[in-house]
Write a protein that binds this ligand. Structure first.
Ligand code: 13P
Ligand code: SF4
Length: 348
């Protein structure tokens, strides 16, 4: 009993050191108790906890063995020798872990953690596009479900999309399903991009393109506008603005930097500006502020990811206690999806 109290005190002190300017004390104490219980169970069950950069500050700074962006966490999922992978992220991330490490039990703490991008396209849509444009390689963003990955030649994340597209050396590429990420990559690589009619795979007679996109959007990043950027710059003239590439090409063009969540974290660490504005899920602003107490972070917290925010420490504890929610991918789909994901990981 005495050592339990000591563990909680130690955890509380560690969290307070990092988070006292972000999370009120009363909450920290409760979260520290939860963290100790989760870490104890994690050890007993021989589990690893992976935490995406969007996790809320108390969770992010207490229970994950590894934190990172989609690409980094895919790599960790592939490498782990633990029996259980608890993925504090959304369903497509849990599926990617299962695809790469099928003998492990993969748990997602919430069964409501979806993603508007993953919902925007089906495997049948991809098959129809491939039929319309036979032989054109299909690049699929990892923010898709396993059956869509299974129809793809190679996956990409926001951190390696440009590299993946360039690695193919192809005249034409089908790039799915994020309209904005595709638009941003087309601009960076100087490729002509076209889109089928919204929500369909119908491109009419059009065949003059180098990239063919899809009309999926992230419901979170879609909300940031150039007007937001102008308004913030008017108030803070020297602010550095970072936008995730799931933001529209207009928004990324009006920002100072755009890349994956981890690359944005690194960019703040390595630069020196009076203020930073991060156009992405608000919790990541908290996590950067915690790691860089000397930097002033602005965030537009009216924009939140409703899926990432369903992952709580209470749910993570219950995931380990009750083995929920188990992520399964049918083997026939998994093997085909694995090919596309591993091909991406090899590229880096
Ligand atoms: P990252 O791969 O940059 O971590 O992004 C994942 C995501 O879902 C962003 O909304
Ligand atoms: Fe999906 Fe957007 Fe949420 Fe990322 S922020 S998980 S892309 S809905």
């Amino acid at each position: 009993m005495l050592s339990q109290i000591t563990d909680i005190d130690k955890m509380y002190a560690g969290m307070k050191e990092k988070l006292s300017h972000i999370v009120p004390d009363v909450e920290l104490r409760i979260k520290a108790e939860l963290a100790v219980e989760i870490n104890k169970l994690k050890k007993e069950r021989n589990a690893v906890i992976l935490g995406h950069n969007y996790m809320e500050a108390a969770l992010f700074n207490s229970i994950p063995d590894f934190v990172g962006d989609s690409l980094e966490l895919s790599r960790k999922a592939a490498q782990t020798d633990k029996d259980i992978i608890v993925f504090c992220g959304v369903k497509f991330m849990g599926e990617t872990a299962k695809i790469l490490n099928p003998s492990k039990k993969v748990l997602l703490p919430s069964n409501k953690a979806g993603c508007s991008l993953a919902e925007s396209i089906t495997a049948a849509d991809v098959r129809a596009l491939k039929q319309r444009f036979p032989g054109v390689p299909v690049v699929t963003y990892v923010n898709t479900y396993a059956d869509v990955k299974a129809e793809s030649d190679i996956c990409c994340t926001s951190g390696n999309a440009k590299k993946v597209v360039e690695s193919l050396n192809a005249d034409k590429i089908i790039f799915l399903p994020d309209e904005y990420l595709a638009g941003n990559i087309a601009r960076e690589t100087g490729k002509k991009i076209i889109f089928p009619k919204r929500g369909t795979w119908d491109v009419g007679r059009e065949t003059d393109f180098q990239m063919l996109g899809w009309s999926g959007r992230c419901e979170v990043h879609d909300q940031f506008t150039v007007k937001d950027i102008e308004t913030v710059r008017a108030q803070f003239p020297d602010v550095l603005i970072l936008a995730h590439p799931e933001c529209s090409p207009e928004v990324t063009a009006a920002s100072d930097y755009s890349s994956s969540t981890t690359a944005m974290i690194r960019y703040v660490q390595e630069t020196n500006a009076p203020q930073y504005l991060i156009l992405t899920e608000c919790s990541m602003g908290d996590n950067i502020a915690a790691a860089n107490p000397d930097k002033e972070m602005l965030r537009l917290c009216m924009v939140r990811c409703p899926h990432m925010n369903t992952i709580t420490m209470e749910d993570t504890l219950n995931a380990l206690k009750y083995d929920r929610y188990i992520i399964d991918v049918p083997e026939e789909i998994r093997v085909r999806a694995e090919r596309a994901v591993r091909r991406m990981i090899e590229i880096g």
